[in-house]
Ligand binder design. Structure first.
Ligand code: ATP
Ligand code: MG
Length: 800
C-alpha cells in the first residue's frame, strides 16, 4: 500500500523501536510478561520484508504453538499483504516435520513416516516393557518413557547412555535394552516420536552437512519466541541453522532440488541473523528439559549480541502487575525487573474462598455471568487451573448455569479411542510399515482375530521377511480357519481400496476431497461404523458423532489445502497441541491449564484452585527448583489478565474419591493484602461454613458495574485491606496451616447406620467410619449424590 515504514513503527516505545530496527547477527530481547515481545517479533519480520532486506522464504520464525504461529502469520500478512507468503512461521515440531519429510530418505525413512504422539509411544513402550519383562526391575512404561524423552531432549541415545551408565546394574541394562529396542521399532515402523522430530533433525544436519547447508542458505533470518522454554535439542537445532556456510558443498540446488533464492550469491555465507525473545520468569517447562541457561548464556554463545530490555507492560492494569511483581520477587537467583503500566490501577483483584470446589466453580460461573451482563464478551474471559482434572467441577457448574465454554486442549478429541482407531486406519494406508497402527485395527471391528492369531501373523511376517501389513494380503497362507481368513481378507481389501483413493499412482492428480472420501470408505466398508450403530451402548452413539466430526475435519482440511495429501493431513492432526482448539468460534469462555495459557491474554482471568499442593503442585515439592517453577507458572497465569483478575480456592477438595482439606497457596500470601478484595476470605469460610455465607455474599455483591471502579465489589472491608503492607498484617484471616481454626466437628459422634445431612450433597447414610482423631473419615452413601468419603472434622455435616 501507500504506507511507508512509519505505520509499522507507530506507537512503539524507544526500546521496542530498537528491537524492531536493529540489524546485526544476534539480538536478544528479554522482558517481562506483556511488554510486547511477541508484537515486536512480528513487526520485526514485517520490517525485514517491507524494506526488502529479506525474501519471505528467507524467514524462519518459531512460536510455541500452532495457534500462535497462525496469529503471527496473519498479523504479518495484515501489515504487508500477500508478499508475506512463503515464510516459515511454525513451531519447532512443525518446522522439523517439514524438513524431515523432505530429507527422510537420506537416512532410512520415507517421506510418509508416522508421527507418534506421547500416547502412541507409551503404547509401544508398554509392549516392550512386557516383552522384556522389565517390570520385574521396577521399570514402568511411564518411567521408561519419561527417561527416554529426557535423554532425547539432551540429544543422547541408548549407546551414549550405556557408555556412562552402571551396566552391572541389571535395571540399567534392561533400560538400555528397552531404549535400543524402542528406537529399532520406531525405525522399522518408519516413525518418529515427538522428541525425535527435533533430535533427528539435528542428527540429520550434523551427519549430512550438505543438507544442513541448503537450509542455512535458505533461512537468513531466524526468530524464536518464548526462547526461555527451549530445551537442549531445540537449542542445538538453532545453533546448526545459524552456522556459516562453509562453501565446500557449493551446489546451491543440492537436496531434492529445493528452491534456493539468489543462487548467484557466493557459496560462502556467514551465519543467519538470529533474534530470540524470552522471559526467564516465565520458564515453565524445566520438567520437559527446558533450560533457562539458553537465555543467560546467549551472550556467550553469540558474541557481540545486542541485548534489548523492555519494561513497559501494555497488557495489564497496575494492580495486576503489582501482584505479579510481588509474587515473582520471591524467586531468588533472578534479575529483578520491574514492570510498569500506564493503564492506571484498575479494579482490585477479586478473591474468593469456596467451601468446596463446586462452591468455587459456582462463584466463577456467577462472576462470568455478571461480567457478561455488563458487556464483556465470553470470548474475553478465561479460567485457568493447574491440573486437567480440576476442569470437571467447573464444567458441571458451567453446564448447569448455561455458561458457554470451551476446553482448550484440542488433543483431547484426538485421544478418543474411536478417533485413534480412525487415525490408525489412515496410517495403515499412508505408512503400511507402521505395524502398531495395523495391529490396532486388526480386530476393530471384531473379526474374530484374537491375540493368538495376531502373534501368529507377526511370526509369519518375520519368518517370511515381509511386513505385518503384507502378511494380511495372503490370508490363505496364514493357516487360519475360514472365519479369520475372511476377516483378514476383508480388512486387506478395504485398505487396498482406500489406498487407491488416497494415494493415486504418480502422475495422477488427486481429487480435492480424497482424504475425506478415503476416510469414509475406511469407516464404512470396514464395518466399523455399522458395529457402532448396531450397539445399544449410548456411548457408541456419541462415538459415531465424533467420527462424523472427524470426517468433517478432513473435508475442512481439503478445502483449506487443495493440494494436501493424506500425509499432510496426518501431520496436521499429529501436531495439534493443547493451545489449538478445534473450532475457533468465539463466544465462549476458555478453560485451560496454566501451562496452556502461556502467551495468551484476556480481559478477565480466573485463576482457580490457588491452594497448597495444587499451585505449588504437590509433585514439585521434591524437585530441585520445583516450587520456584510453580511460582513462575502462577506468574504466567496472573499476567494473562488485562482488566480483571480473580483468584479463588476451595477449603475442601474432592480428588480421586478422597476429600481433603486444602490450604491457601503460599503465593496468595505473597500478594500485598491491599490489592485483593476478598468476597469471601479463607477466614470467613472457617468461621461460618460454606455455602450459606456464599449465597449471602452473592446476594450482597450485586451486579458488575462495568465502570472500572472496584468499589462496587467491595462487599466487605477486611482489616488491613487498605494498606499496601505485605500480608503478614492480614495473615490472621488465613487459617494458615493451623487446622484447629478450621470448622471443627471434632466431637461429632458418628457410626455406621447414622443418617446425616451435608450442605452440598444432601442426606445420606453412613456406611462406615475409619481412621482416628482428626483423620476420622465417614464413608457415606448419599441419597442422590452417590458415595463419598468425608473428613468428619471439617465436613459441613450434621447428624439427623
Ligand atoms: P508474554 O510475555 O505474555 O508473551 P509479550 O511480551 O509477548 O507477552 P505481547 O503479547 O506482544 O507481549 O503484548 C502484550 C499486549 O500489549 C498486546 O495486546 C500488544 O498488542 C500490546 N502492545 C505491545 N506493545 C505495544 C505498544 N507499543 N503500544 C500499545 N500496545 C502494545
Ligand atoms: Mg509473547
Amino acid at each position: 500500500g501507500a504506507e511507508g515504514h512509519d505505520d509499522l513503527l507507530a506507537g512503539l516505545n524507544p526500546q521496542q523501536l530498537e528491537a524492531v530496527t536493529y540489524r546485526g547477527p544476534a539480538l536478544l530481547i528479554v522482558a517481562g510478561a506483556g511488554s510486547g515481545k511477541t508484537s515486536v517479533l512480528t513487526r520485526r519480520i514485517a520490517s525485514l520484508l517491507r524494506s526488502r532486506e529479506a525474501w519471505p522464504s528467507q524467514i524462519l520464525a518459531i512460536t510455541f504453538t500452532n495457534k500462535a504461529a497462525g496469529e503471527m502469520r496473519e498479523r504479518v500478512e495484515a501489515i504487508i499483504g500477500d508478499a508475506a507468503r512463503g515464510m516459515w512461521i511454525s513451531t519447532f515440531h512443525s518446522a522439523c516435520v517439514r524438513i524431515l519429510r523432505r530429507e527422510a530418505q537420506q537416512f532410512g525413512f520415507t517421506k510418509s513416516f508416522t508421527i507418534y504422539d506421547s500416547g502412541d509411544s507409551r503404547a509401544l513402550i508398554k509392549r516392550l516393557v512386557k516383552e522384556h519383562e522389565a517390570d520385574a526391575y521396577g521399570l514402568t512404561p511411564a518411567s521408561v518413557q519419561s527417561r527416554i524423552s529426557k535423554l532425547k531432549n539432551e540429544l543422547s541415545d541408548a549407546e551414549a547412555y550405556a557408555r556412562q551408565a552402571n551396566m552391572s546394574d541389571p535395571a540399567e541394562r534392561i533400560f538400555v535394552e528397552l531404549f535400543t529396542d524402542y528406537q529399532r521399532q520406531l525405525q522399522k515402523a518408519n516413525a518418529f516420536d515427538f522428541d525425535d522430530l527435533i533430535g533427528q533433525t539435528v542428527y540429520l544436519f550434523r551427519a549430512f552437512p550438505q543438507v544442513a547447508d541448503t537450509y542455512r542458505r535458505r533461512f537468513r533470518h531466524i526468530l524464536v519466541d518464548e526462547y526461555q522454554d527451549t530445551n537442549h535439542a531445540q537449542y542445538a537445532l538453532i545453533h546448526e541453522l545459524t552456522r556459516p556456510v562453509s562453501g565446500e558443498s557449493a551446489d546451491p540446488y543440492a537436496s531434492n532440488g529445493m528452491m534456493i533464492f539468489e543462487p548467484e550469491t557466493s557459496p560462502e555465507l556467514e551465519g543467519a541473523s538470529l533474534t530470540v525473545v524470552g522471559d526467564s520468569d516465565q520458564s515453565i517447562y524445566a520438567f520437559r528439559g527446558a533450560d533457562i541457561r539458553n537465555i543467560s548464556e546467549f551472550e556467550r554463545d553469540f558474541p557481540g549480541a545486542r541485548v534489548v530490555l523492555l519494561e513497559q507492560n501494555y497488557r495489564s492494569t497496575q494492580n495486576i502487575l503489582s501482584a505479579a511483581n510481588a509474587v515473582i520477587g520471591n524467586n531468588f537467583d533472578r534479575k529483578d525487573k520491574k514492570l510498569w503500566s500506564d493503564k492506571g490501577d484498575g479494579d482490585m483483584i477479586v478473591g474468593f474462598t469456596g467451601y468446596s470446589q463446586h462452591d468455587e466453580a459456582q462463584f466463577v460461573a456467577d462472576e462470568v455471568e455478571a461480567l457478561h451482563r455488563a458487556g464483556m464478551p465470553y470470548s474475553e474471559m478465561a479460567v485457568f487451573y493447574r491440573t486437567n482434572s480440576q476442569s470437571r467441577a467447573l464444567e458441571e457448574i458451567f453446564i448447569r448455569s448455561a455458561v458457554p465454554y470451551k476446553i482448550m486442549g484440542g488433543t483431547k478429541f484426538y485421544e478418543r479411542a474411536e478417533i485413534k482407531d480412525a487415525l490408525a486406519y489412515l496410517v495403515a494406508v499412508a505408512n503400511p510399515a507402521d505395524e502398531m497402527a495395523v495391529r490396532r485395527i486388526l480386530n476393530k471391528p471384531r473379526r474374530g482375530i484374537g491375540d493368538v492369531s495376531e502373534t501368529a501373523i507377526a511370526r509369519f511376517a518375520e519368518d517370511h521377511g515381509i511386513t505385518f501389513r503384507q502378511a494380511l494380503s495372503v490370508p490363505d497362507q496364514l493357516g487360519f480357519g475360514p472365519k479369520i481368513q475372511a476377516g483378514i481378507a476383508q480388512l486387506d481389501a478395504v485398505l487396498a481400496e482406500a489406498t487407491e483413493i488416497m494415494l493415486p499412482a504418480s502422475g495422477e492428480v488427486p481429487a480435492p476431497t480424497t482424504v475425506a472420501d478415503g476416510l469414509s470408505v475406511l469407516l464404512s466398508k470396514s464395518g466399523y461404523l455399522d458395529a457402532l450403530r448396531a450397539s445399544r451402548d449410548p456411548q457408541d452413539e456419541a462415538r459415531v458423532e465424533n467420527l462424523d466430526e472427524f470426517v468433517a475435519v478432513a473435508r475442512d482440511f481439503a478445502r483449506n489445502n487443495p493440494e494436501g495429501t493424506i500425509v499432510d493431513f496426518l501431520t496436521e492432526v499429529a501436531l495439534v497441541s493443547d493451545a489449538d482448539d478445534l473450532d475457533d468460534e468465539s463466544g465462549s469462555v476458555s478453560l485451560m491449564t496454566m501451562h496452556t495459557a502461556k502467551g495468551l491474554e484476556y480481559d478477565a482471568v480466573f485463576v482457580t484452585g490457588v491452594e497448597e499442593d495444587l499451585i505449588p503442585h504437590r509433585i514439585s515439592a521434591g524437585e530441585p527448583g520445583g516450587p520456584q517453577e510453580e511460582r513462575r507458572l502462577f506468574y504466567v497465569g496472573i499476567t494473562r489478565a488485562r482488566k480483571r483478575l480473580h483468584l479463588s480456592l476451595a477449603m475442601t477438595r474432592a480428588q480421586f474419591g478422597e476429600v481433603s482439606v486444602a490450604m491457601p497457596s503460599r503465593f496468595l500470601q505473597e500478594i500485598p493484602a491491599g490489592l485483593i478484595d476478598w468476597r469471601q476470605s479463607p477466614g470467613d469460610v472457617n468461621s461460618r461454613g460454606g455455602s450459606q455465607s456464599r449465597a449471602l455474599n452473592a446476594r450482597r455483591a450485586g451486579g458488575f458495574g462495568g465502570s472500572g471502579s472496584g468499589d462496587r465489589f467491595a462487599v466487605k472491608q477486611l482489616p488491613g485491606r487498605d494498606s499496601l503492607k505485605p500480608l503478614s498484617t492480614a495473615m490472621d484471616k488465613f487459617p494458615n496451616r493451623v487446622t484447629a481454626k478450621m470448622r471443627d466437628n471434632g466431637d461429632l459422634e458418628l457410626a455406621a447406620g447414622d443418617r446425616i445431612r451435608h450442605s452440598d450433597f444432601g442426606e445420606g447414610r453412613v456406611d462406615a467410619v475409619t481412621g482416628e482423631g482428626a483423620k476420622r473419615i465417614a464413608h457415606v452413601r448419599f441419597d442422590s449424590a452417590g458415595q463419598k468419603k468425608l473428613l468428619i472434622k471439617v465436613a459441613p455435616i450434621e447428624k439427623i
